[in-house]
Design a protein around this ligand. Structure first.
Ligand code: SF4
Length: 331
């Protein structure tokens, strides 16, 4: 599968009926205004100039409840993107939205466009956690949205979070298991980070919210990622995505600029730890096996991992390492 190139377009809090405790999209994205067509053109051209290949480009609307906006606004952005698709510059449209804003009327609109992926912000499959997090939806909305997307064969992905108010390991593992029962194509999973000007910041200052430590978050996310990848779904992102100055908006919690690398390092650690005998691994995966700041160096020595130029995939499978899958996760 060739690399996908994403043009992200931020519509901060567009269509949001409530403010989730962890969210301040102005703080998280650094953008305050909604782009008009000429701004969209500029964003499009700028990103296109960064891409080494221009034939696998997707436009993605983030930072909002996309389908919660007024219908005219939804169509405005979808029409813009569809024109780019019709002109041959892009292949599909993605957007993030909240489950209560997926209904029959919205599905009818979406059917007129080349929607590649609907990213559904579920965050948790526990009612109490949803309530404490001030999410705009309940579990019924979640299951209804999933059913509608599945019935209408619209590809979708689910967003999950760890460390939300009222959440714990068992609840999060249950959320992952519920996710695996769906036809979701992708999963995003990230820990709760306290950002400036959020409800969570106030709760944190009053000591009513204690974030996970970085170590706890990495261990949980890597464990869940292994479960998800084993099921055949793809984890498209670990950790929160913040750019440049926005990192200064982090008040507390498990934020790390290399969170994804820490998770991948821990995934490898867990897989190696389970091996019972010496295993050969393709040398091209050596940096990934050593992991972030060579944290896995010791366990690699202990478990006698041998790096070789060519390693037969079947050999890896026999030894309990699915090298094909690992390449997809690590490279
Ligand atoms: S629905 Fe999404 S964008 Fe809106 S406040 Fe909640 S997390 Fe933020």
């Amino acid at each position: 599968m060739s690399k996908e190139y994403i043009i992200p377009i931020f519509l901060p809090h567009g269509g949001c009926k409530k403010r989730c405790v962890f969210c301040n999209e102005y703080s998280a994205t650094g953008f305050g205004e909604f782009p008009k067509y000429r701004d969209l053109d500029k964003i499009f051209e700028r990103y296109l100039s960064y891409f080494s290949e221009k034939n696998n480009v997707y436009m993605a609307y983030y930072g909002s409840t996309f389908t919660g906006m007024e219908k005219e606004k939804i169509k405005y952005y979808l029409d813009y993107s569809q024109n780019k698709i019709n002109e041959g510059y892009a292949k599909g449209i993605r957007f993030s939205t909240s489950p209560e804003e997926i209904n029959e009327e919205i599905i009818d609109i979406l059917k007129n466009y080349d929607i590649d992926l609907v990213e559904l912000g579920v965050q948790s499959f526990n009612s109490e956690v949803l309530e404490k997090s001030n999410r705009p939806h309940d579990l019924e909305n979640v299951y209804k949205a999933i059913k509608l997307l599945e019935e209408n064969e619209i590809y979708f992905g689910l967003h999950l979070m760890t460390g939300l108010p009222g959440s714990n390991y068992e609840i999060e593992a249950y959320s992952v298991k519920e996710t695996l029962k769906t036809k979701a194509k992708t999963v995003r999973i990230h820990p709760s980070v306290v950002l400036k000007n959020t409800i969570l910041e106030k709760l944190y200052q009053k000591r009513e919210f204690i974030p996970e430590t970085l170590d706890e978050a990495v261990k949980k996310v890597s464990e869940f990622a292994i479960m998800i990848e084993k099921s055949g779904k793809k984890v498209i992102r670990y950790g929160l995505c913040l750019y440049g100055d926005q990192i200064r908006n982090v008040v507390a919690g498990p934020y790390h600029q290399s969170f994804g690398d820490l998770v991948k390092t821990d995934i490898i650690y867990k897989l190696i730890d389970n091996l019972e005998e010496e295993v050969k691994v393709p040398i091209k995966l050596k940096p990934q096996f050593l992991g972030y700041k060579k944290r896995n160096e010791e366990i690699i020595k202990d478990k006698s991992i041998i790096f070789e130029d060519r390693v037969d995939i079947e050999y890896g499978r026999r030894k309990g390492l699915d090298l094909e899958k690992l390449k997809k996760i690590l490279l």
